[in-house]
Write a protein that binds this ligand. Structure first.
Ligand SMILES: Cc1ncc(COP(=O)(O)O)c(C=O)c1O
Length: 446
């Protein structure tokens, strides 16, 4: 595969230069894509180059870029009013609360608190859990990503870099291994599912030796790990986790910021595992790119009183309008598409795996798919260098993808992507793998 573009082009280069002078260097930009406009799964840069977007703004533009129905809902709302603050009421906010109540992954009625981002949703969940239980401690999982503010950051454990230089974080978080079936770190008993092993570890090691279960307010878990590698937990995990939480009156808080809103083919990934959580953290895909998040909690839990928690922008009318349009589109069309095209993509990636020994694992649900690169399939040693080369190569071939975990690539396109677009993108992906592997080999031998 030859590069189709000279990247970055002159206009992109000029903007990146200006950006360097005024924007924080902390943003983790991997390659120089400077967007001009987008439509569905296609995006164009400022030099007129077209790309397929298999990253969707980190799993955010669930209905594709600038879906006409979402755009119209934003325009209509903007003409009426843009903001009134959470000190008042408005219709769209209530309508969104009603909708979230209908799609909440538990039988009990739900109340929602609206936020502006994923991290703010996690912060709200932490506060609600402490407030409701009167307990202070939490359990989080290694490899998890929950955001970068001081509370959520205390849970985030996918890279030490996120913590470096920022201590002290919120205290009260004990980390345990995530039930990663590809890279298990605990020993299972005969006949025990690895998901159950992790729960046994919490009881036999953590509760028995270091953390009194009576002090634990909640267990916060990404239903499917996102930033940490698009890891689907091992069998047996969620039923055992729910049972553990019930036994010790601990709240089960699922972070569905990345895995929710239809991405896996159900509203919430936790529904794939037949378990009801107590609090759901929402963000990213809920409003097709307009900043909005929420926590959805069982009504009986959300007993905090006036002023206990709030924010200025919560329930912003434009964000609520975009969310209502997004939810309607997902409900009517795109959730099924996510399941169907997701299965098609997984099959295609398994086929690509047969041709590329560097692919150690392909996993996922719906359109939340991870491909992990290794130096050797036997040892499973991560090949992060190859993964990074592939991402750059794909970019030069006209495909936007993002990394995750130590050596994985995430496939998280808009939920309305077509099979034809998947075929086109995976062709570029396959060629990028071959070319990156060749370049890596020549770099070693020369
Ligand atoms: C699972 C999960 N939780 C929380 C967050 C934080 O969301 P935000 O970046 O909107 O604060 C992210 C972001 O990637 C995420 O993937």
């Amino acid at each position: 595969m030859k590069s189709v573009f000279q990247l970055p082009g002159p206009k992109a280069k000029a903007i990146i230069e200006r950006d360097r002078k005024v924007i924080s260097p902390s943003y983790p930009r991997d390659y120089p894509f400077v967007m001009d406009f987008g439509k569905g799964t296609e995006v164009w840069d400022v030099d007129g180059n077209r790309f397929l977007d298999f990253a969707a703004g980190i799993a955010v533009v669930s209905t594709g870029h600038s879906h006409p129905k979402v755009v119209k809902s934003i325009q209509d709302q903007a003409e009426k009013f843009i903001h009134i603050s959470s000190d008042y009421y408005h219709q769209k906010w209530v309508a969104l609360g009603e909708k979230l109540n209908m799609i909440a992954p538990f039988q009990e009625d739900a109340l929602s608190f609206m936020t502006n981002s994923g991290t703010e949703s996690v912060e709200a969940a932490i506060k609600l859990a402490r407030h409701y239980t009167g307990r202070t401690q939490f359990i989080g999982f290694l490899g998890g990503f929950h955001g970068r503010t001081m509370g959520s950051l205390a849970f985030t454990a996918s890279k030490p870099h996120y913590h470096e230089g920022f201590y002290p974080l919120m205290n009260g978080v004990t980390h345990v291994p995530y039930p990663d079936p590809y890279r298990p770190v605990l020993q299972s008993l005969p006949g025990e599912h690895y998901g159950e092993t992790v729960i046994r570890y919490i009881e036999e090691q953590i509760f028995a030796k270091v953390l009194p279960h009576r002090d634990v307010a909640g267990i916060l878990v990404e239903t499917i790990q996102g930033e940490g590698g698009y890891v689907v937990p091992a069998p047996g995990f969620y039923p055992a986790l729910r049972e553990l939480c019930d036994r010790y009156q601990i709240l089960l808080i699922v972070d569905e910021v990345q895995s929710g809103m239809g991405r896996t083919g159900k509203w919430w990934a936790i529904e794939q595992f037949g378990v009801e959580p107590d609090i759901v953290c929402v963000g990213k895909g809920i409003a097709s790119g307009v900043p909005l998040g929420a926590i959805i909690a069982r009504k009986s839990l959300m007993n905090w009183t006036k002023g206990a928690h709030g924010n200025t922008f919560g329930g912003n009318p434009i964000a609520c309008a975009a969310a209502l349009a997004t939810i309607e589109l997902i409900e009517n069309e795109y959730m099924d598409n996510s399941t169907e095209v997701g299965e098609y993509t997984l099959d295609a990636l398994h086929e690509i795996k047969t041709r590329h020994p560097s692919i150690g694992d392909v996993r996922g649900m719906g359109l939340m798919i991870g491909v992990e690169f290794v130096k050797d399939r036997q040892t499973r040693e991560p090949d992060d260098e190859l993964r990074d080369r592939i991402i750059h190569q794909a970019f030069e071939g006209g495909l936007l993808i993002l990394g995750c975990g130590t050596s994985a690539i995430r496939i998280a396109p808009p939920l309305n992507i077509s099979r034809t677009e998947i075929d086109e993108g995976l062709k570029i992906f396959g060629e990028a793998i071959a070319l990156a592997a060749r370049k890596q080999y020549s770099a070693y031998v020369t």
